[in-house]
Design a protein around this ligand. Structure first.
Ligand SMILES: Nc1ncnc2c1ncn2[C@@H]1O[C@H](COP(=O)(O)OP(=O)(O)OP(=O)(O)O)[C@@H](O)[C@H]1O
Ligand SMILES: [Mg+2]
Length: 368
């Protein structure tokens, strides 16, 4: 079992002025290097949960351990310096420049000016922001730029743990998709332990190693990898949350390498026309892939064979598209429905032939 980086045990929070617990007996582990995404209806306790991890809110009962230490045994200010926090609504300081906002924690830690400036430039590059923005104020940036500055600020001192509360909430779908791709790229390199909140289930599916679907009082309805939540929603609440097109969403999470592919009709350019006809018949196809010593040269149709004594006299036609083992089944499905042959050909780097994927094979993954 991997190491638990953040561990919550029977954690509850009752605010003084309300009868119901905002968080009611929540237990959950987040392992080192994983991204856990919390989703759930407004007011279900997501932000409260995050704030208890960095002690912006004190739990009424229960225990929270971060990196092996009970958070109550740490000075809250020290604790927060070690945890990157992107707050809901970004929260940049309006009267400070972007550079100064990013440098908040490094300054508190007493870094010298040269080190702060180097780090700021590094972060700006990582998040694809223009250095010209550094001298501006938050109100002079677009929503998407502000969100990136929020992420840069949280990353400034390279903390191992990040809490991100709807960090991409305020931007349009295109910018959002770009920020998500950037997030995945950065996370691949930095391998942080991340708790991420979103209202967007597709964002959760894309970014999470595991998704926690929460109900009122932060009660866990299901806590599992996206693929499992889509394949087997634990109950009606989860099913409603996941929404329509569950099967198609799942295809985007499965790689071609994870399923058994078929061999498909194959001939060598040195085979006879009779061999080619036989191979097509065997598979019930009207075309055959031409593979020379493992290398995919293209395909030949039944009609190309007419009046030709040998396959070597026929130039194979290139496939308009093929997929690799790293492609998702969603991509393979696109390739199938847009190809004349209604089949996706799978090839490895250097055009090494691997096999074919049919619609029937993929639909089995949708229903299973
Ligand atoms: N300081 C507070 N005092 C009293 N009640 C609070 C306080 N902060 C939050 N609450 C209540 O606790 C519950 C959980 O709030 P929380 O902010 O954690 O929800 P959330 O899941 O983050 O919601 P959203 O998706 O809208 O951001 C809500 O009912 C909220 O009204
Ligand atoms: Mg919230």
């Amino acid at each position: 079992m991997a190491d638990s980086m953040i561990s919550l045990r029977n954690v509850s929070k009752r605010f003084a002025n309300s009868t119901d617990a905002a968080v009611d007996d929540l237990s959950m582990d987040v392992y080192a290097g994983e991204t856990v995404v919390l989703v759930g209806p407004s007011g279900c306790g997501k932000t409260t949960t995050m704030k208890m991890i960095n002690r912006l809110v004190e739990p009424t009962s229960g225990t929270i351990v971060v990196d092996g230490t009970d958070v109550r045994k740490q000075d809250p200010v020290e604790l927060r310096r070690g945890i990157g926090y992107v707050i809901q609504s970004i929260g940049l300081m309006p009267h400070r420049t972007i550079a100064s906002n990013i440098a908040t924690v490094p300054k508190l830690l007493g870094w010298d000016a040269a080190r702060i400036s180097d780090r700021t430039r590094e972060l700006i590059a990582m998040l694809d922001l223009d250095p010209g923005l550094l001298a501006r104020y938050p109100s002079e940036l677009s929503g998407g730029q502000r969100q990136r500055v929020g992420v840069a600020r949280a990353l400034a001192t390279d903390p191992p743990v990040m809490l991100m509360d709807e960090p991409f909430g305020a931007v349009d779908p295109i910018v959002r998709a770009r920020l998500q791709d950037q997030f995945l790229e950065i996370q691949k390199k930095l391998n942080k332990t991340i708790v991420f909140v979103t209202h967007d289930i597709d964002e959760a599916i894309k970014l999470a190693d595991r998704i926690a679907i929460l109900n009122t009082g932060a009660s866990i309805e299901q806590f599992a990898p996206p693929e499992e939540i889509l394949r087997e929603p634990a109950n009606d609440f989860v099913e409603r949350f996941v929404g329509a097109e569950r099967g198609l969403k799942r295809l985007a999470l499965i790689k071609v390498s994870e399923i058994q592919i078929e061999q498909g009709p194959v001939c060598s350019p040195r085979d006879s026309v009779a061999d080619a006809n036989e191979e097509m018949e065997r598979f019930g196809f009207d075309w055959v892939s031409i593979v020379d010593d493992g290398e995919l040269l293209g395909w030949i149709g039944q009609r190309d064979l007419e009046g030709r004594p040998r396959l070597t006299d026929i130039t194979p036609r290139p496939f308009s598209a093929y997929v690799t083992k790293e492609s998702t089944l969603r991509h393979a499905l696109d390739s199938i429905v847009s190809s004349r042959t209604q089949v996706a050909v799978v090839a490895e780097e250097g055009q090494r032939y691997a096999g074919i994927l049919t619609l029937e094979r993929i639909s089995r993954e949708i229903v299973s």
